[in-house]
Every structure is written in structure tokens, then in C-alpha cells.
Design a protein around this ligand. Structure first.
Ligand code: KG4
Ligand code: ZN
Length: 357
């Protein structure tokens, strides 16, 4: 099977060609035209600017992917495109292009959930020589991106059950907003993590726990609620802002604040991930989304899972497949059943991740 995948949900115009190797999606081409330079001067993604840039890049990016994979459109079996969640103006560009190609070339069209794509980045086989280990079910996934922070339980393919989510900011958003407070460039995640390398975690920022307090039940006994799997990061951002007002912000202190702030985000993510593993006892644990590129998070999770749950297999995507790309959209499509093909697709900016099987 060969899949042409298109991803334009935010600020990367991406196309990929996926083929199959040992019943697993393998990448033949993965092309990403980043718009980071366009948005950097505004300190964040400007939706109108993003949509216009997608229009300019989409056809060259698809052509390049086909060329790199030495594939013609006529050899493609499926066309996959991100249907949501994302920015409406950005989604429309990818969807219209995919739909036009699907109708012109008479190929089945699949609308893919962007978050499912992040999860399936962990199922990609990168080369023919790579060992064939794949995540096993049941699994728990932590999706950490610019717009989402979710813990997902899957007992089989496409059976996405949300078991934890953020009540306010997403983890990536916390990095981006924190960077802005510290005067660091967009995107904030890579900026904070590289400044953090030069600093020390001297400040103590809140590691918010949303677990409810113990309560006395009707029989008069104290009842301890289950530890919460939900997240909250907005207080952390305020704590950072307040701290910056109290001190003189020189390079050394920016590095110390970045390190302390990153520590608090990572500690929160690791704590809830371990709670989810404790509760759901999965065979595999998957890290996914742009923040999965964070070295401290990758290493802390790896270490803690190995110590506390040595039987759980831990998967992280290669760095190229953490932040937005189309290979992950093609990889998810590989597991979508044939009957999920659609003739026409509507963009769904707030598409939720829910069981599809
Ligand atoms: O998944 P993604 O590319 O786009 C969305 O679907 O949102 O994630 C982008 C987010 C941004 O918030 C960015 O700051 C964050 O991922 N990010 C990182 C790192 N690289 C990207 N956060 C922490 N550390 C990183 N190294
Ligand atoms: Zn994403």
C-alpha cells in the first residue's frame, strides 16, 4: 500500500509518502516547509499568514514528496489529509488540495485526526534496517503539543479513550507563553529547553496536582479519591511572570528561570503519566506531539518508567516525527479501515479524539 499524506493544520506545510514494510507503515518521503520564520516576528502563529503560506507551498511540497519517493500519483492507493483539530484557514488548504487530487486521480480519501497522527508517529518504521518492534496494546499515550495535553488509553487500534486532559493551557502552550515572558523567541519549547541547559533549577514553581481532597462519605469514613490524571498549567505561567517581576532579568537568571520552569512542566507530565500506567497497566507507553522533542521529558519518562514499571515498553518518535509532519498522518491512515474513506471532507477545527473502532 502507498499513501500520499498531507498535513496543514497549523504552521507547517507537509506532505509524505508512506509505504508498507512487514505490516507496518514505512516512510519513503517526508517533506516539511516550516513557516516559523514568518511567524517569529509576531511571537506566535498568525492564522491568516499561515493560510496564505500553505497556499503557496502546498503544491511544491507534494511534488517534492512524490519526487523524493520516486512515486507517481497513479501509484498511490490512498490520500490522507488532516481533517482537524487545527486552524480552519490552514486545514482548508490541505483538505481542498487532497480532495481535488483524490477526485482527479480517483483515489480514496481519508480525513485523519491530527492527534491520532501524533500517536501513530510511534508506529512508523524509518528504514528497512530498523528492528520491527511496534507498540503493543493495551497502551497509554501522552500527547503533548502546542494545542493539546492528553493522556489516552487504547486497547486496540483507533480505540482512543481520553483518560486525562488539561483544564487550561497545553504543555506546548506553557512553553510558548513562558518563553514570551522571558523574552525568548517563538516557538518557546526549543528556546526554553536550550536556555535551561545553561541554568540551574533554583526557583520552585508549582507542580499542580488536581487530585480532589479526601472526603468523609455517608457512613462517616474518609474516602481518598483516585489521583487525578488531569493537568493545569496556567498557574505556572503566572508564577513565572510574578518571579520575573521580583528579580533583575539577566542572562544567568533567564537560564535559571527556564530550567526551573521546564522542570515544573516535565515533573507534572511525568507524574501523571506514571499514575496512568499504575491505573491502566498498559504493555506500552507512547510519548507523542511537539513537546515530545524535549530532551528532559524524553529522558525523565524513560528513566522513571524503567525504574517503576520495567515491563512497560517505552516508545518515543524520532525528532522529525515529534513536531507536525505528514508522515504521522500517513501512518495513522495506514491503520484506518477501507470503509472510512470519504468522497468529501469538511474541516473540523475542534475535532475531538474519540474511539473510531
Ligand atoms: O505538535 P506540534 O508541532 O504542533 C501542534 O500540534 O501544536 O507542537 C508544537 C509545540 C510548540 O508549543 C513548541 O513550543 C513545542 O511543541 N516544542 C517543544 C520542543 N519542540 C517543540 N517543547 C519543548 N521542548 C522542545 N524541544
Ligand atoms: Zn501537532
Amino acid at each position: 500500500m502507498k499513501i500520499l499524506a498531507i498535513e496543514t493544520s497549523c504552521d507547517e506545510t507537509a506532505a509524505a509518502i508512506i509505504s508498507e514494510e512487514n505490516q507496518r507503515p514505512m516512510v519513503l518521503a517526508n517533506v516539511v516547509a516550516s513557516q516559523i520564520n514568518l511567524h517569529q516576528e509576531y511571537g506566535g502563529v498568525v492564522p491568516e499568514v499561515a493560510a496564505r503560506a500553505h497556499v503557496e507551498s502546498i503544491v511544491p511540497v507534494i511534488n517534492k514528496a512524490l519526487k523524493v519517493a520516486r512515486t507517481k500519483l497513479s501509484d498511490i492507493d490512498r490520500i490522507a489529509v488532516t481533517q482537524g483539530p487545527g486552524l480552519i484557514g490552514s486545514l482548508v488548504v490541505g483538505i481542498n488540495t487532497a480532495q481535488a487530487l483524490s477526485q482527479a486521480a480517483q483515489k480514496p480519501l481519508f480525513g485523519i485526526n491530527h492527534l491520532a497522527g501524533h500517536i501513530y508517529a510511534n508506529f512508523i518504521k524509518r528504514s528497512q534496517t530498523e528492528p520491527t518492534s511496534m507498540p503493543q496494546f493495551p497502551l497509554v499515550a501522552l500527547i503533548v503539543s502546542g494545542g493539546h495535553t492528553l493522556l489516552i488509553y487504547m486497547k486496540k487500534h483507533l480505540n482512543f479513550q481520553v483518560i486525562g486532559c488539561t483544564l487550561d493551557d497545553a504543555a506546548g502552550e506553557a512553553f510558548d507563553k513562558g518563553a514570551k515572558i522571558l523574552g525568548l523567541p517563538y516557538p518557546g519549547g526549543p528556546a526554553i529547553s536550550s536556555w535551561a541547559e545553561k541554568g540551574k533549577s533554583l526557583y520552585s514553581f508549582p507542580v499542580i496536582d488536581l487530585t480532589a481532597k479526601a472526603k468523609r462519605n455517608a457512613d462517616g469514613f474518609w474516602e481518598k479519591p483516585d489521583p487525578s490524571l488531569d493537568f493545569s498549567f496556567s498557574g505556572l505561567k503566572t508564577a513565572l511572570l510574578n518571579q520575573t517581576k521580583k528579580i533583575k532579568l539577566n542572562k544567568k537568571e533567564i537560564a535559571n528561570l527556564a530550567s526551573s520552569y521546564q522542570d515544573a512542566i516535565v515533573k507534572t507530565l511525568v507524574r501523571n503519566s506514571l499514575r496512568a500506567i499504575q491505573k491502566y497497566r498498559p504493555k506500552s507507553f507512547i510519548l507523542a506531539g511537539g513537546v515530545a522533542a524535549n530532551r528532559l521529558l524524553r529522558e525523565s519518562l524513560s528513566r522513571e518508567i524503567q525504574i517503576q514499571f520495567p515491563k512497560v515498553k517505552y516508545f518515543i518518535p524520532a525528532l522529525d516525527f515529534c513536531t507536525d509532519n505528514a508522515a504521522m498522518i500517513g501512518a495513522a491512515c495506514y491503520f484506518y479501515p477501507k470503509k472510512m474513506a470519504q468522497r468529501e471532507l469538511e474541516p473540523q477545527p475542534s475535532l475531538e479524539l474519540k474511539p473510531l473502532s
